[in-house]
Design a protein around this ligand. Structure first.
Ligand code: GLU
Ligand code: ZN
Length: 293
């Protein structure tokens, strides 16, 4: 089976150093496996997406010579497909409307306890839709972290697939689109490791294939906070492209030789594709970076 990988940024701001790590790791893993590397813009949440952010991300990737294959898929253009998946779950009585509040869920011990499972008033205003989980254990072998197991009902609970505000939830959209794009391997940040069992669970309910997964450490600041667009981590400065790629290769523990630092980006990428070793990536949940510049 031929390899298809992807990078799936949410356009909540320009790329920052943390997102570059995920972009580069997924790119190198795809290219080192003679695969295609697809790009998906996860623009499902308009209030959180500054105008122009998606275009900026594309320009940043191009400036770094991280060229994607095929056309960019925009999740905002795929809403009817998420609805079809939801309908499929509905027909199997595997989802239900719910308007439990955050405090109510906290009182359940923070894992949703199935309170609204018997409801089927799907047309009610202002309700979220949750998928019904069960006690099966979902297991997968992460290429970096090894065996991961989760009992979805006990550890995650019935989770939201369509939000109260009418937006489709990430967990549903990502599963529908990884299948739509024929993704065979997902390389992404460790912060999504604990979403993976829920995604595999949904794949099973929807009879979709399960890709292989590799989760890479995420970058945190000295206080241990994830570098994220919401916290205004500095956008990457693509005029310093070669240094950025070099630093990212070092963070990914690919041991680039020092003379590569002054090489052009295409030269660095060619070296990195040839020498890519996913097993060298630190087996850490997160890595601290001092300054993001
Ligand atoms: N859009 C998600 C993010 O930017 C990533 C989703 C994924 O890789 O599955 O955090
Ligand atoms: Zn409820």
């Amino acid at each position: 089976m031929s390899y298809v990988g992807r990078f799936a940024p949410s356009p909540t701001g320009p790329l920052h150093f943390g997102s570059l790590v995920a972009a580069l790791a997924s790119y190198l893993d795809a290219k080192a496996n003679d695969g295609r590397w697809l790009l998906r813009m996860e623009d499902l949440d308009p209030p959180r997406e500054p105008k122009g952010a998606a275009e900026t991300i594309l320009q940043q990737l191009e400036a770094l010579s991280l060229h994607w294959d095929d056309r960019v898929v925009y999740q905002s253009s795929r809403l009817e497909n998420y609805q079809l998946a939801l309908n499929e779950l509905k027909e199997q009585s595997l989802c239900f409307p719910c308007d439990c509040t955050r405090p109510q869920i906290k009182a359940m011990g923070s894992v949703y306890n199935g309170h609204c499972r018997a409801r089927n008033d799907f047309d009610s205003e202002g309700t979220a839709i949750r998928v019904r989980t069960d006690l099966r254990e979902v297991a997968f072998s992460d290429l970096i972290f090894g065996e991961i197991k989760q009992n979805v009902e006990r550890d995650a609970g019935d989770f939201v697939i369509k939000r109260k505000d009418g937006l489709f939830a990430y967990q549903l959209a990502v599963v529908v689109d990884d299948a739509f794009q024929g993704i065979t391997r997902v390389v992404r940040g460790f912060d999504l490791l604990d979403s993976t069992p829920r995604q595999i669970y949904l794949q099973q309910l929807l009879a979709l294939p399960t890709p292989s997964y590799a989760h890479i450490p995420i970058l945190v600041d000295r206080e241990g906070q994830k570098l994220s667009k919401q916290q205004f981590a500095e956008p990457i400065d693509t005029s310093r492209g070669p240094q950025l790629i070099y630093s990212t290769l070092s963070l990914l523990n690919q041991s680039p030789s020092p003379d590569l630092e002054n090489a052009s980006i295409p030269e660095q990428l060619a070296w990195a594709i040839e020498h890519w070793d996913i097993q060298a990536v630190p087996k850490l949940a997160n890595m601290t970076v001092k300054a993001v510049s």
